[in-house]
Ligand binder design. Sequence first.
Ligand code: AMP
Ligand code: MG
Length: 335
Amino acid sequence: MTIILGLEGTAWNLSAALVSEERVIYEAESTYKPEYGGIHPREAAQHHASELKNVVARALRGADKEKEGFSLDIIDAIAFSQGPGMGPCLRTVATAARALSISLKIPLIGVNHCVAHIEIGRWQCGTKDPVVLYVSGANSQVLAYRADRYRILGETLDIGIGNALDKFARYLRLSHPGGPKIEELASKGTKYVYMPYVVKGMDLSFSGLTTAAKDAFDLHLEEKADICYSFQETAFAMLTEVTERAMSHCGKDDMLLAGGVGANRRLQQMLQTMCHDREARFYVPEAKYLKDNGAMIAYLGLLMLKSGDTTPIEKSEVNPNYRPDEVEVTWRDVE
Ligand code: AMP
Ligand code: MG
């Protein structure tokens, strides 16, 4: 059995998990909660620095309680999120990962956070070759695997859908994260208010939508719930349109949802309907694997270790703009 310790801390959630070939053994986390406003990168990094020791210790203790006798020395490698993410957060977690790798004399594996979202979804849902819609705070991308890479077929040209929802929620004086609160309000909306629907080829734009929603709110002409409802209907229809075109173009009949915004039931419903209409299969992992988690980092680390893909210390610098298509996929069978 191979056991990997995975460390995730690209933004506000710090998480450590132990994963083997068979299962996620244990996961522990600590979430930074801004007192007001959005995520402050330096404050989030300070949170991670002060919580790291506890979170790793809790992951090991939790695993130990399962009576398999876990301690640091049974770990085969350390995997960490090398990017994309907030620079100060990434650097804090990478420093801890390097220190563990050196002191335990085990390999270090720098993983791409987006690719980790995809791989945990494929593993948990048992889908082989899906078109992926990855929707999180900062990212919104449609991806598919071809010739050793996850190709980005479409993506946001400005902000991620999660950030768009969070920004509008802040405007409504709702606390971070705003996505679930907007979902709740939207479920009570009934009237569609005009919102800009911006799809350019395979790419998307959400910042105009946020402005339009703020304007509608300022004018006091519309109910809050109707604005949230219209915001969601518009943004999610845009995402569904691009995802469907990607499936049609690639001729793939599986679709996988990934990232924190994937928890939204209305988004799931729209994608499900689209897949049903084209006789395709729709997959969504459990919510704990949609949001940022250490298990996905450990799992991708395991796949990479098995294909001999480790990261020497001198190549372990973080990359806040690390794109998934920069990663050569060494662990998948040939098409
Ligand atoms: P991630 O960056 O993958 O951890 O995802 C975080 C983002 O997901 C934040 O922008 C949240 O507002 C958003 N989010 C979480 N739950 C929901 C939901 N139910 N509906 C919409 N957005 C959500
Ligand atoms: Mg994420």
